[in-house]
Design a protein around this ligand. Structure first.
Ligand SMILES: Cc1ncc(COP(=O)(O)O)c(C=O)c1O
Length: 369
C-alpha cells in the first residue's frame, strides 16, 4: 500500500499508554539545534499565528507587515490573517529562491516586520541573504522548515524563529514546534498554545489502524472521497480550532525523535531510486539533485501543465498518491504578472511520496515513470 503520509508502526501505537509525557524542551531536542526555547502547537499554521500575536503584543497591538513567498499554501495562513497580519507576498523565481531585486524594490516603499523564508520540500535555502535583508530593515526572520524532517545543512541556523511541522513528515496525529533564538519571547508565544484544547487523536488512530488492516481502496470508499484533479485546489476547510499539541502526539514524538536520522536515510534512498527511475523519462525532470537533507516529497517539474496533469492522472490510476500544490493565495492569483513563477510552479510541479514507511520497490512500482 502506498500512502502519501507515513504510517505508524503497531509497536508505537501499542506503546502509547506506556510512553511518558515529555516536557516541551525535552521533546524539542532533536529539532532544537542552537535555539533558546521551544513552543509546541498542533499545527504549523498556529505557530505562525503565535508569532503574529506575540509580535502584536510586543508592539502595542500593531499589525505586523508579514512578508512571505508567493508560492505558499493559502489555507496555512488563515490563522495569521485572522490574527491581523498584513500579508505581503514577495516573488520567488522558478528556482524557488526569493527574488532579492524585487524584495529590495518592495522594501523601498515599506519594509517588513517579519520575513519568512521557506526551505521548500526539505531542501536547505541559503538563509544568509535573508538574514542580511532582515537586519538591514529591522525585521525578524522566520525560517519555515515545515517540510524538513530535522535541522540539516543551514536549515535552522539563522532564523529568529524556526518552524518545523513533524506531523507532516512523521506518523503522528498533530504537532509543530516553534524554536526561538531569544528566550525572552517564549512566554508570550506559549500563551497561544497554553489554555487551548488539543485536537482529539482517536479519529487519526482509528483511520490509520483501518488503513493498516485494509490497505488501499476500502478506506477511500468508506470516506466517499473522489480523487482531486491536478489543477483543482484543495477544498477550502477551516482548520480545527484546537491549537495545543495533543498528549498522543507528545507521546509518539518522544518515541520517534531519536529515530530521525534513520528516517532521513530512508527518505533519501527512496528519492534517489525515484531520481534514477525518472532520469530517462520523456517528460518530468527531478527538481533537485541528490541532497544530504531529507526530502519531504520527490518533486518533478514538467514542461507544461498538460504534461503534469497527464502524469498525475496516470500515476493516480496506478495507485500512486501523486499530489499538486494545494492552493495559492488570492492576492497572488490576482496579479499573474508579478507572481508568474509561483503560478507556473503551481501548474508544473508534481509531488511523489518518499517517506520512511514505504519500501523503495513499492514506490518505484507505483510512482515510477
Ligand atoms: C511551507 C509550509 N509552511 C507551513 C505550513 C503549515 O503547516 P501545518 O500543515 O503544520 O499547519 C505548510 C502546510 O502545508 C507549508 O507547506
Amino acid at each position: 500500500m502506498i500512502t502519501a503520509a507515513p504510517m505508524p508502526a503497531w509497536k508505537d501505537l501499542l506503546a502509547l499508554g506506556a510512553s511518558p509525557l515529555a516536557d516541551d524542551a525535552t521533546l524539542a531536542g532533536p529539532w532544537a539545534a542552537g535555539s533558546a526555547g521551544a513552543a509546541w502547537y498542533s499545527r504549523g499554521a498556529f505557530a505562525i499565528e503565535a508569532i503574529v500575536r506575540g509580535w502584536a503584543r510586543a508592539h502595542g497591538n500593531a499589525a505586523p507587515r508579514f512578508w512571505l513567498p508567493d508560492y505558499f499554501c493559502n489555507q496555512s495562513m488563515a490563522p495569521a490573517r485572522a490574527a491581523g497580519a498584513q500579508l505581503v507576498f514577495y516573488p520567488v523565481g522558478d528556482d524557488l529562491r526569493p527574488r532579492w531585486d524585487a524584495l529590495d524594490r518592495m522594501a523601498a516603499e515599506a519594509s517588513p516586520d517579519l520575513l519568512m523564508l521557506v526551505h521548500y520540500f526539505g531542501e536547505p535555502q541559503d538563509a544568509t541573504p535573508a538574514l542580511q535583508f532582515c537586519r538591514r530593515h529591522g525585521a525578524l526572520l522566520i525560517e519555515d522548515a515545515a517540510h524538513a524532517l530535522a535541522p540539516s545543512g543551514c536549515i535552522g541556523a539563522a532564523g529568529d524563529f524556526v518552524l518545523y511541522s513533524p506531523s507532516k513528515v512523521l506518523p503522528v496525529p498533530d504537532g509543530a514546534v516553534l524554536l526561538v533564538r531569544e528566550a525572552g519571547v517564549l512566554a508570550s508565544l506559549k500563551q497561544d498554545a497554553r489554555g487551548n484544547c488539543a485536537p482529539p487523536a482517536l479519529p487519526w488512530i482509528a483511520k490509520r489502524a483501518v488503513q493498516k488492516v485494509f490497505p488501499g481502496a476500502p478506506l477511500r470508499i468508506l470516506a466517499g472521497r473522489r480523487s482531486q484533479r491536478f489543477d483543482e485546489d484543495a477544498p477550502a476547510r477551516s482548520l480545527p480550532p484546537e491549537r495545543a499539541l495533543s498528549p498522543t502526539a507528545r507521546r509518539m514524538l518522544a518515541r520517534l525523535g531519536p529515530e530521525l536520522s534513520e528516517f532521513a536515510g530512508a527518505r533519501r534512498a527512496n528519492a534517489r531510486a525515484l531520481r534514477v527511475a525518472w532520469s530517462s523519462a520523456p517528460d518530468g525532470r527531478p527538481l533537485s539533485g541528490d541532497s544530504k537533507a531529507a526530502p519531504y516529497r520527490f518533486v518533478l517539474r514538467f514542461k507544461s501543465e498538460d504534461a503534469a496533469a497527464r502524469a498525475y492522472d496516470r500515476l493516480r490510476r496506478r495507485g500512486c498518491p501523486a499530489e499538486s500544490w494545494p492552493d495559492l493565495p488570492p492576492e497572488v492569483l490576482a496579479d499573474p504578472g508579478r507572481h508568474a513563477s509561483a503560478i507556473r510552479l503551481r501548474r508544473t510541479l508534481l509531488f511523489l511520496p518518499v517517506h520512511h514507511t514505504l519500501p523503495t520497490d513499492a514506490i518505484i512500482a507505483s510512482c515510477g515513470p
